[in-house]
Design a protein around this ligand. Structure first.
Ligand code: GTP
Length: 319
């Protein structure tokens, strides 16, 4: 077992290739996932508590570094499924886990491993491809003996389930211990590539808003001069497609592209709907990259007359 502690300064060699990718933190409620996310991002990220259950995962925060960009995404919690919706949500969680580059499994240092942890660990074991880091959180609450016991128990848990942790890292987000080290250990597990988000783009927006923005960007491409501010996009519904096998999920997204005047319809839709189709294809690809799941995107163009001047409409459109 290799347990990491910070023995040397993290080194970000300028020769190392730039990396960018996604990680998600999983773990029981209260395991310290949000606090750790905030500590890594280095700034308080508002928790979007009122997310509808149908949403997939949200970008919780982005760690910008010289050598890498780490995007922390969030999934709904994994539950013992009692209902069909519960099962579907679990499928969503598994899909996310399979799509991210790294999974961080948070286990509080001050609580013995329980059935809830085992349930999650077992699910993790079935995700073969994605590297899994065990993160022992809240180490400030225990002495070194208790910490050592916890580390051994976690190592053991991996062995029982037939996998190796990529790392086992004790951290304290509250005492700011080893949080930087955790980032250093995650970064080499990310694929090489340029930053995926502009610097300073620290988002806590519900993903519908981000999706709407992607569609809006695509819809404005090439026609910005004709319709600069006349487009608003609203994602009306996001639902996992029923009756899909667990390994082939599909997310149905229904969105409206609002324009101000009927005369603008032709510009957006294009001859024989060709342009709208292109907008759909382009934004769908980006949405899939954002969510890490296949998407069926249904776009409708609607006229919301003079919406820019109507406060009620504006609110509805999220302005
Ligand atoms: N002492 C100590 N407390 C911590 C630490 N990290 C988190 N906590 C506390 O543990 C509690 C739960 O932390 P959260 O970050 O909300 O846990 P979570 O896993 O995001 O919880 P859910 O949102 O319910 O899944 C909070 O009261 C935190 O203040 C830590 O490093 N040390």
């Amino acid at each position: 077992m290799s347990v990491r502690s910070q023995s040397s300064e993290p080194s970000a060699s300028s020769e190392a290739p730039h990396r960018a990718g996604f990680a998600c933190f999983v773990g029981r409620p209260n395991a310290g996932k949000s606090t750790l996310t905030n500590a890594l991002v280095g700034q308080k990220v508002a928790i979007t508590a009122n997310q509808p259950q149908t949403t997939r995962h949200t970008v919780r925060g982005i760690v910008h570094r010289e050598d890498a960009q780490l995007i922390l995404v969030d999934t709904p919690g994994l539950h013992k499924p009692r209902t069909l919706l519960g099962e579907r949500l679990n499928d969503v969680v598994r899909t996310t886990w399979a799509e991210v580059d790294v999974i961080g499994f948070c286990l509080p240092a001050n609580e013995k491993l329980g059935p809830g942890d085992r349930f999650i660990a077992k699910e993790l074991a079935s995700i073969k491809k994605t590297p899994k880091i065990a993160i022992v959180t809240k180490t400030d609450l225990v002495d070194s003996k208790a910490l050592a016991e916890q580390l051994i128990a976690i190592d053991q848990l991996g062995k029982e389930l037939g996998f190796e942790w990529a790392e086992i890292v004790p951290v304290s987000a509250v005492a700011d211990k080893q949080v930087g080290l955790l980032a250093d250990l995650i970064v080499p597990l990310l694929p090489e590539g340029p930053a995926l988000y502009p610097e300073g783009d620290l988002t806590d927006e519900p993903e519908q808003v981000m999706i709407a923005e992607l569609i809006r960007e695509a819809a404005l491409e090439g026609v910005r001069d004709e319709l600069p501010h006349s487009i608003a996009v609203v994602v009306e519904e996001m639902l996992p497609r029923e009756d899909r096998p667990a390994d082939k999920p599909l997310l149905d997204i229904h969105a409206f592209v609002y324009i101000e005047r009927p005369s603008q319809k032709g510009i957006i839709i294009g001859p024989k709907g060709k342009r709208l189709k292109e907008v759909g294809i382009k934004s769908r690809k980006q949405i899939e990259a954002l969510l890490g799941t296949p998407v069926f995107l249904d776009l409708h163009v609607k006229v919301a007359k003079d919406w820019q001047r109507d406060p009620r409409q504006l609110r509805k459109l999220g302005f």
